[in-house]
Ligand binder design. Structure first.
Ligand code: GLN
Length: 454
């Protein structure tokens, strides 16, 4: 995999940092265990992985795709990182991302965009485009992403890979640099559903270092993925979300999605249409809640504690250094979000914007609850279009935000959802993703359906 990275990453730009020495020494440790006849630490011991650059790993840079963190080396491991290392997984390096995970294309990275291996002129999705591109380019068989509004699932969809957003609180956020704390969730990325399930069981579980971690058993997703692989979905009720079809969806995406639904029927699933009337309000609610939380979380980048410091000439005040550093260190999208969030949280507007968005959030959770009284899982396209061209949406934030239309409801409700490849769109030959959503802590349902479909 290191050779493959050397050969292709100049054109893919999936990695911000490759840890050749660390990876080889971790791999050697697994070889030694095997040679000595010791039991491997986990079923994934020795398997290489690409880690999104939003998780800390002691001794390696963590930039979050931002200039403001350039050259910052964290002194500790995220819980996810620790679990990966303890499982004997070989971490190849840190992957590219939209700055602070804000974006749907990796074009907001301060270190240049990643490229979609299916067509290098196109985006690999975002914010976790480095992770998805590394999988699609065969630079790594496993990757870790984070999903605040779709940043695991949309990149998976547009690169023909598998990406899972677990139940909120299912995977520890300790050491995950915060964007929107009530939405952020780490999760597994892979090329097959079973690989994602194996990785899911390594990283999930209660962590007392994360106050929102759920103290409940990890759903048996490996068992579910193996069960699903026999292709029998009899007795499984699948709901097609009525609101996530029609206008605004690329024809090739719609056709691939409809074919996927037929395949599920052919496997014995009972398919019905289900209405979730508030899902279409998810996007505006998300784009108030996420920037609001971001404006507060990003206040910690004050030029004193981490990374970049600009204008500290011995005369300038702390406030001046802070302003100059944030001006130089944050990119345009991050600044836009800080402004929107600060505005939405300000006293005169709080109820009208933030408070209203929180009410919409509750209505979306209720839509899920009602839907799951009728069906076991919900399905939709993961994203309305296939991979768009690099540059096509950079000047149009609204067009960029539309990529998250179908993924956002699961973040707002805290429920699990995943994207599994659904073939290629007939109109442009690019990958399409099938999104499967399940109730909180019922990940096994979606793994079973995804494994059967795959
Ligand atoms: N594209 C969404 C955003 O820009 C989702 C990001 C994410 O899930 N981290 O906020």
């Amino acid at each position: 995999h290191l050779d493959r990275i050397t050969a292709v990453d100049k054109s893919v730009n999936a990695f911000l940092h490759v840890d050749t020495r660390g990876a080889l020494s971790a791999a050697r440790a697994v070889d030694e265990d095997v040679a000595a006849g010791r039991e491997p630490a986990s079923p994934l011991a020795g398997v290489p992985l690409a880690l999104k650059d939003v998780f800390t790993m002691s001794g390696l840079p963590t930039t979050c795709g931002s200039k403001i963190l350039e050259n910052w080396i964290p002194p500790y491991d995220a819980t996810v990182t620790r679990k990966l290392l303890e499982a004997g997984i070989v971490i190849l390096g840190k992957t590219n991302m939209d700055e602070f995970a804000m974006g749907s294309s990796t074009e907001n990275s301060a270190f240049g965009p990643s490229h979609n291996p299916w067509d290098l002129d196109r985006i690999p999705g975002g914010s976790g485009g480095g992770s998805s591109a590394s999988l699609a380019a065969f630079e790594a068989p496993l990757a870790i992403g984070t999903d605040t509004g779709g940043s695991i699932r949309q990149p998976a969809s547009v690169t023909g890979t598998v990406g899972v957003k677990p139940t909120y609180g299912g995977v520890s956020r300790y050491g995950l640099v915060a964007f929107s704390s009530s939405l952020d969730q780490g999760g597994p990325c892979a090329r097959t559903v079973l690989d994602a399930a194996l990785l899911h069981e390594v990283i999930a579980g209660y962590d007392q270092l994360d106050s929102t971690s759920i103290n409940a058993p990890v759903p048996p997703v490996v068992k579910a993925a193996r069960e699903g692989a026999n292709g029998d979905l009899s007795g499984v009720r699948v709901g097609v979300v009525r609101e996530f079809q029609g206008d605004g969806y690329q024809a090739g995406v719609t056709t691939a999605f409809e074919q996927a639904v037929e395949v599920l029927k052919g496997m014995g699933a009972e398919v019905v249409e289900v209405s979730c009337p508030h899902f279409t309000y998810g996007l505006p609610a998300y784009y108030l809640i996420a920037p609001s939380e971001a404006s507060s979380n990003l206040a910690r980048f004050d030029a004193m504690r981490y990374g970049l410091r600009v204008g500290d000439d011995g005369e300038a005040s702390a406030e001046q250094v802070m302003a100059l550093t944030r001006e130089a260190g944050f990119g345009p999208e991050v600044k836009r979000r800080i402004m929107i969030g600060t505005y939405a949280l300000s006293s005169g507007y709080y109820d009208a914007y933030y408070g209203q968005a929180q009410k919409v959030r509750t209505l979306i959770s209720r839509d899920f609850e009602n839907a799951f009284e009728q069906v076991d899982v919900l399905v939709s396209p993961t994203t309305p279009t296939t991979a768009f061209r690099i540059g096509e949406r950079v000047d149009d934030p609204m067009a960029m935000y539309l990529a998250d239309l179908c993924t956002i409801p699961a973040n707002l409700a805290g429920t699990p959802a995943m994207s599994v490849p659904a073939g290629l769109a007939a109109d442009d030959g690019l990958p399409v993703g099938l999104q499967v959503m399940a109730p909180a802590l019922q990940e096994e349902r979606m793994y079973k359906v995804a494994a059967a479909y795959e």
